[in-house]
Design a protein around this ligand. Structure first.
Ligand SMILES: Nc1ncnc2c1ncn2[C@@H]1O[C@H](COP(=O)(O)OP(=O)(O)OP(=O)(O)O)[C@@H](O)[C@H]1O
Length: 763
């Protein structure tokens, strides 16, 4: 058992204006973060006269800290203990925009920005591959908690277009007060790639399911869990451990958010669940508290073990240390200080595999039954069936072939089988005797009478010749085998080495993965391809045109283009690295063949000359071996570089696909909003509350910059007055169906464009 308090870390988000607001002091044992409240703020502040607040953390990561360091210092030790069988939790807590998602999942643009989840998956699978002493299985689950309801983000049977489409997860408690999550699917993942696909699927579901009113990433809690079970072959003990990686909702206070309606409801729920989390933490920090109010909210129920239970837990307090966020940052740090008081007791989660236990017990029962039958004389009289006889013969053959003098023979307490064993051994004994006789008498062995003139020297010469032929045959057979193996290697290695290709080849690649996890990789591809197919099939010409322009002016376009360029570059690197790896492999094969040839020569020498000659040190062979070792080392280095390049390429592909889905979704939202606006023009107040993206899009369309006039009118928003008259007085009656109306409007605009062009041509 490991007793440990929850480890707390602080991470400060990069900001341009944090000067003089805080200072960090990291020393060997711990670290302190001092927040300095500017004088102009101090008056109205909670503890009004205090101007500095000091907090202790295990370590404070300042603005310039890279994602890799966060993984190495915080997540890797937790992942290590999960691999040895302890439960682990890492949760990020902080106000909205302070970097929780960035820390846990990662940034959406650069490969180097990938967060704790993808890095942990990489690490876990790498470690599992190294350990061949155990059989490991990995499963992934991804739960989202929004307004006190749980949703499964990984269910492959559901296509989500809103959160409510996802399967609802409910909490069940067994008599031992263990929590079970009903409806939360556990998806198998046999490789890092499959696990990353699941992460992508969950994130896509999260993104697609969010509506403009529900920016779920901010207002929901997400728990990504890696479930690992391990077992030594033949052992009945299974070790099961879980690693929860938790991205909590933003922690700001309702009063500050200044929202109403649906947002207020959400804010209350978030506040309530974070409030209950705080209550649980206060209760745990108090000594002698018998009741801990876990049941008050879904999140505290799910994380019950992580808080004051069987788990090694780590908290990352994310801080956005701007002047305007000082009070939120102080309250995040205060929360962390309370969390640091909680003591957990993590135990190794070992249990007996029930299946294996059942098999063992069944065998034991059968053995006992047989023994009773033997003791009571209740013997079976029916003949053994041909199948029984055959399997018994195989069993006996195996026993005789087994070189271990200690190995025993167990055929059960069945007299029929015991009798058969005696008969079998008798038969084998006689056969052996007969063959020995044949071997010692050439007359019998050849079937012909021995020639009287055959002298012992002649016989010896012939025997030597025979031996020589045998040697040659053996050498040729082993050469053949090696050649066969080499051919097989050549067939296998390049396909695993070569990086996955885009487009149809990529689909081929996933098809080849076979039935290991039918739902995961294909689900991701299906989802995105369905989305795009839908778009391509359903888009009218006007809409397609609008989409092209929307894409051109999309704020994240630069990031997408950068990633595309990077992906292309990485592909080229992987290609040349792949070629290099193949060349090295060929060189190794040539060297192997050369060593083989030297060996054959030595073996031939062994037949024709003395033993000493044949076993003499061969410098030529030694040199070949040294060269081979050097090439092997190079091969290893290149191979591991190629492997990490492959992971990077896959990650970049996922980022690009995610960006495409986001673009598509933003376009759909914008398009339907446009169609709705044309019928019900929004007033200025509503428009000012629109999302930044909408504002951006409108700013593009409303822009009076002459450069804009070259843009097709199909996405240019008319001025409010014009729009109102179009909406109310348009001579074209609209149907109310957004798709049809969008097509009608696109037609009207195209017609208008033509008329304009015609008009300007006449002038
Ligand atoms: N350490 C960092 N380095 C670079 N960029 C960061 C860092 N932390 C956060 N960001 C950026 O700040 C923005 C907000 O971060 P993020 O979405 O992770 O915040 P959050 O706390 O998860 O917010 P929410 O509660 O709304 O989900 C993102 O654009 C993210 O890329």
């Amino acid at each position: 058992m490991v007793k440990q308090t929850i480890q707390i870390y602080a991470r400060v988000k990069p900001s341009r204006r944090p000067h003089g607001i805080y200072s960090v002091n990291n020393d060997e044992a711990s670290s302190s973060l001092e927040i300095i409240v500017p004088r102009d703020l101090a008056d109205g502040f909670v503890n009004n006269k205090r101007e500095t607040y000091k907090f202790r953390f295990q370590e404070t990561f300042d603005q310039e800290t890279k994602q890799e360091a966060i993984f190495e210092r915080i997540a890797k030790p937790v992942a290590e203990s999960v691999l040895t069988g302890y439960n682990g939790t890492i949760f990020a807590y902080g106000q909205t925009g302070s970097g929780k998602t960035f820390t846990i999942t990662g940034g959406a643009e650069r490969y180097s920005d990938r967060g704790i989840i993808p890095r942990t998956l990489s690490y876990v699978f790498e470690e599992l591959q190294k350990d061949s002493s155990k059989v490991y299985t990995v499963h992934i689950s991804y739960l989202e908690i929004y307004n006190e309801c749980g949703y499964d983000l990984l269910d492959p049977r559901h296509e989500a277009s809103k959160l409510e489409d996802l399967p609802k997860v409910t909490i069940m408690e067994d008599p031992d007060q263990n929590i079970h999550l009903k409806n939360l699917s556990l998806q198998p993942a046999t490789t890092e790639e499959e696990a990353l696909n699941l992460l992508f699927l969950g994130d896509t579901n999260r993104m697609i399911a969010e509506t403009p009113m529900n920016q779920a990433s901010t207002r929901s809690h997400c728990i990504f869990t890696i479930h690992i079970s391990s077992k030594e072959p033949g052992s009945a003990t299974v070790c099961r451990s879980k690693l929860h990686l938790v991205d909590l909702a933003g922690s700001e206070r309702v009063a500050k958010t200044g929202v109403g309606g649906q947002l207020l409801t959400e804010a209350k729920y978030i506040n309530l669940s974070l409030h209950y989390l705080e209550q649980v933490i206060i209760a745990l920090a108090e000594k002698n508290r018998s009741h801990i109010p876990y049941r008050n909210s879904m999140m505290t129920s799910v994380l019950r073990d992580s808080l004051g239970g069987n788990c090694m837990t780590t908290m990352i307090a994310t801080l956005s240390l701007d002047k305007k966020n000082i009070d939120e940052s102080i309250s995040t740090c205060r929360f962390a200080q309370r969390v640091a008081l909680i003591k957990n007791e993590a135990i190794l989660n070992e249990e007996i595999d029930p299946q294996l236990m059942i098999r063992r017990l069944k065998k034991e029962i059968q053995a006992l039954k047989d023994e009773i039958a033997l003791l009571t004389g209740e013997q079976r009289t029916t003949e053994l069936t041909p199948d029984e006889l055959q399997s018994l013969e195989q069993h006996l053959h195996g026993f005789l072939e087994d070189k271990d003098p200690e190995s025993g023979l167990d055929v059960g307490a069945d007299m029929r089988k015991i009798q058969f064993c005696f008969l079998y051994f008798k038969r084998v004994f006689h056969e052996k005797k007969a063959s020995d006789r044949r071997a010692s008498s050439p007359e019998i062995s050849t079937g012909r009478p021995a020639t009287p003139s055959a002298r012992p020297e002649e016989v010896k010469k012939l025997r030597d010749l025979l031996q020589q032929r045998d040697n040659e045959i053996n050498i040729l057979v082993s050469m053949l085998k090696k050649e066969k193996r080499r051919n097989q290697d050549e067939k296998n290695v390049p396909s695993t080495l070569l990086p996955p290709k885009t487009g149809s080849n990529r689909e081929e690649h996933s098809a080849k993965r076979g039935p290991q996890s039918p739902a995961t990789p294909t689900t991701r591809e299906n989802r995105t391809s369905t989305l795009y197919r839908k778009t391509a099939e359903q888009m009218s010409l006007g809409r397609q045109e609008a989409f092209e322009i929307f894409k051109r002016d999309y704020p994240d376009r630069v990031g997408i283009e950068d990633n595309k360029a990077l992906l292309k570059q990485r592909f080229a690197e992987a290609k040349s690295l792949g070629e290099e790896v193949n060349n090295v492999r060929q060189r190794i094969n040539h060297l192997k063949a050369a060593v083989e040839q030297r060996r054959m020569q030595q073996a031939a020498l062994g037949v024709s000359s003395s033993y000493e000659d044949a076993n003499k040190y061969d410098p030529a062979e030694e040199e070949l071996r040294e060269q081979m070792e050097a090439e092997k080392k190079r091969y290893k280095t290149l191979f591991s570089r190629l492997k990490s390049l492959k992971t990077e390429i896959e990650h970049l592909q996922l980022l690009l696909e995610k960006a495409k889905v986001r673009l598509q979704k933003d376009f759909e939202d914008w398009w339907s909003q446009e169609a709705a606006d044309l019928q019900n023009p929004p007033d200025v107040a509503v428009r000012s509350a629109q999302s930044p993206l909408m504002q951006h899009v409108h700013s593009i369309s409303d822009n009076t910059d002459p450069a804009n006039s070259s843009r097709p009118r199909s996405i240019q928003r008319p001025a409010t007055g014009e729009r109102a008259s179009r909406g109310a007085d348009t001579p074209i009656p609209l149907t109310g169906d957004s798709q049809t109306d969008a097509d009608i409007l696109a037609f009207v605009r195209a017609r208008q464009n033509l008329l304009n062009r015609k008009g300007s041509g006449h002038q």
